[in-house]
Design a protein. Structure first.
Length: 348
């Protein structure tokens, strides 16, 4: 199959010291290549891939004093280039925000998108009320339920390479948190859990540029010898943070559409204690790979029970559900359904 993967242009693929969309695009692209498919990646300069790369200029985050409209301008230019090559592809898979539905309208029969954010807000509702035939492959049941039925073209959970993070069979009596320092991710709630459980906590992640005061108000006052902020982490840092942790705390306060860090912890054999919000209940198997909770008290009790979970089983469930090859095979199945559906429509 000839497949175009169209990435956002904020960061290179994969990003440095970031998770998120560009890393998923990187892992999916390489896994599709490994399965023998001809893949073309449209992405920012500096991207690294096993596929054919068509670079699109500097990553937006690297441009000093970029005007607010720069992301939109760069995305429109990229999509025009995709349109010029569209006849060469069987599938065009966009991970971009909005413009592809209009720019690539003549190729709607081979176009699909993945939303890497929540899909229940007014902007998406307005978008899909018009583009009601745009195929969307959701990343969780939670997100899929936010989409109009006419746009639902399948569901594929994220996956990561099985060898990216190593299994660690024992825990070290500490807790971990990895995510943006913002009120959506609630590191303050993680601090409260760690303090009540009497365990050290390592906090990692970037300070949210859109909400910088949150870190100073809700995290900094609690830092100590046992509550540490270690900053952003790369893959080596993730292994040190997640591997051997008693549990990963994932106390989100918003409808998280997936939550990549949960499967990264599972890859290490580390249990996940997650709030019942967004996709967490479908990613975490309660009592097997972690616990789904609703209060700080429940989370503290889950910390105690997490030590009783079998870390080898957690790693096995990761391998069965959340590796990059599993993700790629599931996307291929969705692509084939889209192609077959378009063929049936053309023949009717």
């Amino acid at each position: 199959m000839k497949i175009a993967q169209v990435a956002p242009l904020w960061f290179p693929v994969p990003p440095i010291d970031h998770g998120g969309t560009e890393r998923v695009v990187h892992d999916l692209t390489n896994a599709l290549v490994d399965l023998g498919h001809e893949v073309t990646l449209f992405a920012a300069d500096g991207s690294k891939t096993n596929a054919r790369l068509i670079p699109q200029g500097p990553a937006i985050a690297s441009i000093p004093d970029a005007p607010p409209s720069m992301p939109s301008a760069a995305e429109c230019v990229m999509l025009d280039r995709v349109a010029a090559m569209a006849d060469a592809f069987d599938i065009i898979h966009c991970h971009t925000e909005l413009y592809h539905a209009a720019v690539l309208h003549p190729y709607r029969h081979k176009l699909c998108m993945t939303i890497h954010w929540r899909a229940d807000e007014a902007d998406r509702k307005a978008y899909f009320s018009h583009f009601d035939d745009l195929a969307v492959i959701a990343i969780s049941k939670s997100q899929q339920g936010q989409l109009p039925p006419s746009n639902r073209a399948g569901l594929v959970h994220h996956g990561i390479p099985g060898n990216r993070l190593a299994f660690e069979p024992s825990e070290e009596g500490r807790l971990a948190f990895l995510g943006r320092m913002t009120d959506q991710k609630r590191p303050d709630r993680a601090i409260a859990i760690a303090q009540a459980a009497g365990l050290p906590l390592d906090l990692a992640g970037t300070v949210d540029v859109g909400n910088p005061s949150y870190f100073e108000s809700h995290v900094t006052p609690h830092l100590s010898e046992t509550i540490r902020y270690v900053g952003p982490v790369n893959e080596t840092g993730k292994q040190a943070l997640l591997g051997g942790a008693t549990a990963l705390l994932f106390p989100i306060d918003w409808p998280e559409p997936f939550g990549l860090v949960m499967i990264e912890a599972m890859a290490c054999g580390t249990p996940v204690i997650a709030w019942r919000n967004g996709a967490a209940p479908e990613i975490v198997e309660d009592g097997v790979t972690g616990f789904v909770v609703e209060t700080v008290d429940e989370a503290v009790e889950a910390v105690r029970k997490a030590r009783q979970l079998d870390r080898a089983t957690i790693r096995k469930r990761f391998e069965e559900r959340f590796t990059a090859p599993v993700m790629a095979e599931n996307y291929l199945a969705a692509y084939r359904r889209l192609i077959e559906g378009s063929a049936r429509s053309a023949g009717s």
